[in-house]
Design a protein around this ligand. Sequence first.
Ligand SMILES: NC(=O)CC[C@H](N)C(=O)O
Length: 371
Amino acid sequence: MKYIAKQDAFLLLEDGSLFKGQAVGKIGTTGGELCFNTGMTGYQEIYTDPSYTGQLIVQTVAHIGNYGVHVTETESSSVKFAGLVCGTFADVYSRTVSEGSLQQYLEKAGIVGISGLDTRQIVRHIRSKGAMNAVISSEMSDQEQLQAYLRSVPSMSNLELSSQVSTPHAYTVGSETASWRVAVLDLGVKESIIKNLVARGVQCRVFPAKTTFEQMQAWQPDGYFISNGPGDPAAMDYAVETVQAILASGKPLFGICLGHQILARACGISTYKMHHGHRGLNHPVKNLRTGRTEITSQNHGFAVNKADLLANAEVELTHLNLNDDTVEGLALLHKPAFSVQYHPESSPGPHDSTYLFDDFVALIANNAVLA
Ligand SMILES: NC(=O)CC[C@H](N)C(=O)O
């Protein structure tokens, strides 16, 4: 195997911690919120998940790039995350169906990364100090210069990012003859969510983030889906208003991740920034209605305020995180609306929670009978 000499790269954290490694991806400089993902697989799905917009991802899995890239493993039309921090980066991939190397893929997408770091050390650091901004550079080594770049990186708190990644125009997925029509509010939707709905006899019309309830209603949907997405739910009053109008219409509603946080806010429940987020593929969640525990795929840095939720007589806590007791799911008691903080579509991740898509379609069918 040919040894490829790598350029030095630096990772500087907001608290002054500095790490030296080797450049991967494009030679350049990038900044964002430093997050860690403990998943053992699915790097391409993660990089193309719009919810990672503005974030640098530390991956704890030992090897990145070893199975190359393939177009079927994308979650949106482009790479969305802000930069990569990893241990061993594989220049050589070994999968016959791969269409290319991760190095070429990241370079083409303009993504700057750093490899050769002890990612577990960085994770322990974030876990004790909390989520913070950082900068990766393979072109600057001067600390003053790196600090200056870091100061220009916006804080994730109060940041609205959905309108940057949402579709500019509405589009339809699924058959005209499908049993049900679902309006998807695209706050940064993952493609596998739409695939899960279409596979259950749903035609989806995907609307830009700032579409109003009236504009979606004109398409005469049987139900509404509020998607995942990047940024702080506290900065998204426009989506909260849309969800409140949907709730007033009495039509079924399902929300995932950011969509869950927006549904909570529409019920008067606040959200907050977590000390460090949940990102990985093995988060245990208890379904409080069935008593069954699901192993879930997660990616979030904000969460729904549990005290607010428990004090709200209109809302039921349906799912709980068994690691830290945070809110993982809620349902409205008098309206056909529910949501989860985790990712039942997986991609990547375990498939324990796909029943939630069946529940949503059953809710739509039930509502149609009652109407
Ligand atoms: N995957 C998501 O929808 C993430 C939601 C939100 N941006 C958070 O970090 O909590």
